[in-house]
Design a protein around this ligand. Structure first.
Ligand SMILES: C[S@@+](CC[C@H](N)C(=O)[O-])C[C@H]1O[C@@H](n2cnc3c(N)ncnc32)[C@H](O)[C@@H]1O
Length: 266
């Protein structure tokens, strides 16, 4: 029975890869199986192979599976105290650099890159910083690009900040164009695609937890290469890197890593 279930998942992974290019082997298996199986049961497919058959016939079902396997929960300035530390680091960079490049990796519906734009805008003028925001899920990217949020999403801001950062129309809060202008959204698979440039800051939070150790290593390596010397990597609250030195990084504070000078890391 157990081996049938494993075979079922193995076959699903292969067919999913052929359809989407997404390699589920690099996602934690138990977590992914649980999520897929609850979706499968709700849709009344007898097993994952039957679900794969269904996905091959229906793009709509495939999109639903994709949404199910990616958890999109996010918020503006998620874990606010850590963003204060980030602000200090941005201030430090602003004292020595004129331009700033930032990657918000796995940005979900946009709250993270727009938070970055709100914060960085205090220290860099709009044409001196650029944020590349990426995610694997096209649907969340569509929402992120629209940049329109509801009251609940902006409830952490004071009334004054709401006015400063959003154009408010009825129940909708639209990100102001001057904050949006510096943010570019791209579809990107962290496990498969090359880094979309070189950066002074990479923010990648609350996604690394889904990957196997092998998957995480692939991504850290990518980040290590994509960071400029002295650049900062900011990760989520449960996502410390066990051996940052392997990736040319050094711990700079809890949940922050700094790209080491080549000489230092030798
Ligand atoms: C929980 S959200 C995190 C959003 C934001 N970074 C935060 O901390 O609030 C996780 C995001 O990771 C994305 N994701 C999952 N697998 C991915 C992959 N292989 N490459 C890029 N993004 C991925 C999901 O689509 C989802 O939007």
């Amino acid at each position: 029975m157990e081996s049938d279930r494993n075979q079922d998942y193995e076959q699903f992974k292969e067919r999913f890869f052929r359809l989407t290019g997404i390699n589920l082997s690099l996602y934690k298996e138990e977590q992914m199986k649980r999520r897929l199986n609850s979706f499968r049961a709700r849709k009344q497919f007898p097993d994952l192979v039957a679900l794969a058959d269904g996905m091959e016939q229906s793009g709509e079902l495939l999109d639903q599976v994709l949404s199910r396997m990616t958890i999109n929960v996010t918020e503006f300035f998620r874990n606010a105290s850590r963003w204060q530390i980030l602000e200090d680091k941005i201030k430090g960079i602003a004292a020595r650099k004129e331009n700033l490049t930032v990657w918000s990796a796995a940005c979900s519906t946009g709250e993270e890159p727009y938070s970055l734009s709100m914060l960085i805008g205090k220290y860099f003028s709009g044409n001196h910083y650029r944020i590349v925001a990426t995610d694997i899920d096209r649907e969340v990217l569509r929402q992120a690009e629209a940049g329109i949020y509801q009251q609940q999403a902006v409830s952490g801001f004071s009334a004054e900040e709401q006015q400063q950062f959003f154009t408010i129309k009825g129940p909708f809060y639209r990100i102001r164009p001057e904050l949006k202008r510096s943010v570019r959204f791209l579809r990107h698979d962290l496990l498969r695609d090359p880094a979309p440039g070189r950066f002074d800051v990479i923010v990648c939070r609350n996604v690394l937890i889904y990957f196997t150790e092998e998957g995480k290593s692939l991504i850290y390596q990518k980040f290590g290469h994509a960071l400029n010397q002295g650049g900062i990597l900011f990760v989520g609250s449960t996502e410390q890197i066990f051996r940052p030195d392997i990736f040319g990084l050094a711990s700079a504070e809890s949940f922050f890593y700094r790209k080491q000078d080549k000489k230092q890391s030798e």
